[in-house]
Ligand binder design. Structure first.
Ligand code: ADP
Length: 193
């Protein structure tokens, strides 16, 4: 199994690059943002609880997100590997993910961190907000999401750095340029499917 984390702040391009990667390498995509938005749109108990945090730009509590990930991994036992997008976002989530993968005799192979200057993040998120219809893509909530990222999620990079798994990748070039850099890193581990 090859397991990859695509890491970085809101607006860094994780979603776009995940789509490129998963089609090229046949990996299963796990995006906690997408899973949560699906729960919200189905108005499940989990979704109604999560929405309060999401609409305020805050992280959803760890136990909620970790439970969702556990059932996703269990439901895809034959996967070639997973690409985790928007997860883990706290050190507690990172430790929980390590334990979940250990149970499957697997581990995180690499963490690719997309580095984009803050002004560019805001510009991208505001422009996405015009078409996305996402209730958290307003300037006020974007500012809170970025603040939450630097407070709680950025430290997760240090966690993976301590295991020599973190690779920092410039994410402010074009989509194609960024994908080319990511491919080079991924192909140190696996070939296209
Ligand atoms: P972005 O990366 O653009 O902020 P996401 O779609 O990944 O967007 O996440 C949207 C929101 O969903 C986050 O602001 C947060 O409230 C919630 N969320 C997503 N993933 C997680 C996670 N791993 N832990 C806690 N909350 C999460």
């Amino acid at each position: 199994m090859f397991n990859l984390i695509l890491f970085g702040p809101p607006g860094c391009g994780k979603g776009t690059q995940s789509t490129n990667i998963l089609t090229t390498y046949q990996l299963n995509h796990i995006s906690t943002g997408d899973l949560l938005r699906d729960e919200v749109s189905r108005q499940t108990t989990l979704g109604l609880e999560a929405k309060k945090f999401m609409d305020n730009g805050l992280l959803v509590p760890d136990e909620v997100v970790i439970g969702m990930i556990g059932s996703k991994i269990d439901g895809n036992r034959d996967a070639r590997g997973f690409i985790f997008d928007g997860f883990p976002r706290t050190t507690a989530q990172a430790e929980a993910l390590d334990n979940l993968l250990k149970e499957k005799n697997a581990a995180i192979n690499t963490v690719l961190s997309l580095e984009v200057p803050e002004e560019e993040l805001v510009r991208r998120l505001v422009s996405r907000g015009i078409t996305s219809g996402r209730s958290d893509d307003t300037e006020e909530v974007i500012a809170k999401r970025i603040k939450e990222y630097f407070a709680k999620t950025e430290p997760v990079a240090g966690y993976y750095h301590s295991f020599q798994k973190l690779v920092r990748v410039p994410g402010n070039g074009s989509i194609e340029e960024t994908f080319a850099i990511l491919k080079k890193e991924i192909e140190k581990h696996i070939s296209p499917a």
